[in-house]
Design a protein around this ligand. Structure first.
Ligand code: SF4
Length: 324
């Protein structure tokens, strides 16, 4: 585009009047910016807002997060899903404290070496915390740019990603890059919507080459959704419940004990379906007879204390429904 300046000006003028007021936009603290960016990966703004505030109250600095136990970190993350993000963030905080003496690096290459931080997140910290003139490309920006440039290369292909980062890099201004990048995100979130884009009120309409905006961006065919069934037991003794520490999907969190063999359907006391990546998981709960409590190694938890331990949402919902 030979019209970078007018494009930037039109976008920034619109943003001045219409930009979203978000708590992480009022800070340049790299820790707070990183909290928001990690939470916003795969999670919507409206869901993130209360978590962001609670997290900063509970772990206000890299030092506080690095000192926390894994159980406390997972508990604070509970309900946001994709718990690998929380575990990586915890590991990243420890590295910032141990390898960078508590100071978050400004160099993008150094930032990208931290666990769980890819190119997008590194660039987001670079621009929103340090006001560096670097592009960002995530879902909203991908949609806007593929439409503005009428690009029909799949955005989730290597070539598609390269083209988008090139476009974004050419457009980002040297002055006020953080405001410009926020404006681009908001244009995607508020105007250039996946369905029914509001082209009639779009501030960059005169630069946009999209012939059929709703057909963009192009994505490669998704893998088929796989069905999974998981059977677990509800085992209660007096005011205690038996749980097991997950060793895979919800590593480090507490779940209802899995049942490995086949159980008759009529013994099901609770059933729900939840999505997980490209899976559709049917969670079935069976009541089992009390196990002997003599073995003190078994993790029996007081039902009163369940709120204070990390339990993934599908299992917590099942426990709450069944105990009620
Ligand atoms: S004109 Fe329409 S398709 Fe183009 S950027 Fe604006 S909202 Fe998106």
């Amino acid at each position: 585009m030979t019209t970078n300046r007018p494009f930037q000006r039109a976008l920034l003028n619109w943003y001045r009047q219409n930009g979203r007021s978000l708590p992480w936009r009022t800070t340049r603290n790299p820790y707070a910016v990183l909290v928001s960016e990690i939470m916003l990966q795969q999670t919507q703004v409206v869901t993130v807002l209360p978590y962001y505030k609670n997290w900063l109250r509970r772990f206000p600095t890299f030092a506080a997060l690095a000192r926390a136990s894994e159980s406390d970190v997972l508990h604070a993350w509970q309900g946001l899903g994709y718990y690998t993000r929380a575990r990586n963030f915890h590991a990243a905080a420890k590295l910032v404290m141990n390898q960078h003496r508590g100071r978050f690096p400004r160099d993008l290459g150094q930032i990208e070496k931290l666990p769980g931080i890819g190119k997008y997140t590194a660039h987001a910290i670079g621009t929103f915390a340090f006001d560096q003139s670097v592009p960002i490309v995530e879902a909203n920006v991908s949609r806007v740019l593929s439409r503005v440039f009428n690009s029909r290369i799949p955005i989730d292909s290597t070539e598609g990603r390269r083209v988008l980062w090139d476009h974004a890099g050419r457009l980002v201004p040297a002055k006020s890059p953080a405001r410009y990048n926020s404006a681009l995100l908001d244009l995607g979130a508020l105007i250039c919507l996946p369905r029914n884009p509001k082209c009639h009120v779009c501030p960059v309409k005169r630069f946009c080459r999209a012939k059929n905006p709703e057909s963009l961006p192009i994505k490669r065919a998704r893998p088929a959704v796989k069905e999974l069934t998981e059977n677990h037991a509800l085992i209660i003794r007096e005011d205690k419940i038996l749980l097991e520490k997950s060793a895979d999907r919800w590593l480090g969190m507490w779940i209802l004990p899995p049942l490995n063999r086949h159980w008759k359907d009529d013994a099901i006391i609770y059933e729900t379906v939840f999505p997980f990546t490209n899976h559709r998981v049917t969670l079935r709960i069976f009541r089992r007879r009390r196990r002997k409590i003599e073995d003190r190694r078994e993790p029996w938890f007081s039902i009163r204390d369940l709120d204070s331990i990390p339990i993934p949402s599908p299992h917590r919902r099942a426990i709450t429904a069944l105990l009620n």
